[in-house]
Ligand binder design. Structure first.
Ligand SMILES: [Cu+2]
Length: 375
């Protein structure tokens, strides 16, 4: 099977050496929470138990091989069924396993104890972004990859946090017990922040719990860790941990923004205002599939420039953006975007790239559709 052991050894040494050069990142990171320290300590304890067992077993083996080698005229002992040896080699490993299971169970119980949280956050996985909702706070938002496409396509140098940066990070206060309610809206994802030792599957129709209490302010990065489709590698997790005071300021600002958005929905919009806003929404949310000039990527993603729907009746156009098209990559944006942004992007599409319909869909139209749906 291993006909070229030197090749394998070479590969192993090469990978270890490569890792060593990258500042000795061979070991696990100790992390930034009590649970992550406990996991790290557990890992080290068990690692050293394995090292000691290795030394004892290989020591006895090599000692026997050298001291009782044939060239010195050794004779093999002839005994069978030595009861005491058999009891010993059953009982000793059993005791070692129990000794390892006790701290492991303690840590596991700790990991699953999400009770008495200070803050509850619903984390929802989407293809391909995360949605965070601060329960009871009226604050929720999507967190999208922020790495520019030029870097992904190797047209410009990659920055330090390539593919690990988002437009809006999850923000937490330092020292508070935060409970995560993890779920998904489409396929299975998994929310992972190594420094917190939190990794929880996000499954449609299920809510899985996890929790953390971060010790130090800072920026912590993670990833989706369940293969969830073509852009699985493009939905990182970024958590910004702030001091309690800074967190309160941030939360206050987000609440004010949410209130302002409600106001925006009821305001009278002009066509120019909606188009200007829709331009931004389009270039963050729709451009990946429908492309910068609305030309799409046929046959996968239809062109919107001159499309029958984007130049046809307003209701059908709003309908497909709001409800999506089940079974295709066209998602239901009704749940993902605000009323203002949906109205703006639809209006933009009706008036960009020579579509020139000159009409508009207002946030109130979107709100009316939403309310009709809710009944
Ligand atoms: Cu995912």
């Amino acid at each position: 099977m291993m006909r070229h052991p030197h090749v394998w050894m070479g590969l192993l040494l090469w990978s270890l050496f490569g890792q060593a050069q990258a500042a000795w990142t061979v070991n696990m990171a100790p992390g930034a929470t009590e649970v992550s320290h406990a996991v790290f300590d557990l890992h080290m304890t068990i690692f050293w138990i394995c090292v000691i067992i290795g030394i004892v077993v290989f020591g006895a083996m090599f000692w026997s091989m050298v001291v009782h080698r044939r060239s010195t005229g050794q004779q093999a002992a002839h005994f069978h069924e030595h009861t005491w040896v058999e009891i010993l080699w059953t009982v000793v490993p059993f005791l070692i396993l129990v000794a390892m299971a006790i701290p492991a169970t303690k840590t596991l119980i700790d990991i699953y104890d999400a009770s008495d949280s200070d803050i509850d956050i619903q984390v929802t996985g989407y293809q391909w972004k995360w949605h965070y909702k601060y329960l009871g706070q009226d604050v929720e938002f999507f967190s999208n990859l922020a790495t520019p496409a030029e870097q992904i396509h190797n047209n410009s140098p990659k920055d330090e946090h390539y593919l690990l940066e988002v437009d809006q990070p999850l923000v937490l206060p330092v020292g508070a017990k935060v409970r995560f309610l993890v779920t998904a809206a489409d396929v299975i994802h998994s929310w992972w922040v190594p420094a917190f030792a939190v990794k929880r599957d996000a499954i449609p129709g299920f809510v899985n719990e996890a929790w953390t209490r971060v010790e130090k302010p800072g920026i912590y990065r993670g990833q989706c860790t369940e293969l969830c489709g073509k852009d699985h590698g493009f939905m990182p997790v970024v958590v910004e941990v702030k001091s309690k005071a800074d967190y309160d300021t941030w939360l206050g600002e987000r609440k004010a923004e949410a209130a302002k958005l409600k106001e925006l929905t009821s305001k009278e919009w002009t066509l120019e205002e909606l188009v200007a806003r829709g331009d931004k929404v389009y270039h963050t949310t729709c451009v990946a599939c429908h492309q910068a000039e609305g030309q799409g990527l046929p046959p996968m993603f239809p062109a919107l420039k001159g499309s029958k729907i984007a130049t046809g009746p307003k209701e059908a156009h709003l309908g497909i953006v709001f409800h999506g098209k089940p079974g295709t990559a066209m998602a239901a944006f009704g749940k993902q975007l605000s009323e203002v942004d949906i109205a703006a992007v639809v209006t933009y599409e009706r008036n960009a790239w020579g579509n020139n319909k000159g009409d508009m869909v207002t946030p109130k139209d979107v709100l009316a559709l939403k309310q009709a749906e809710a009944q």
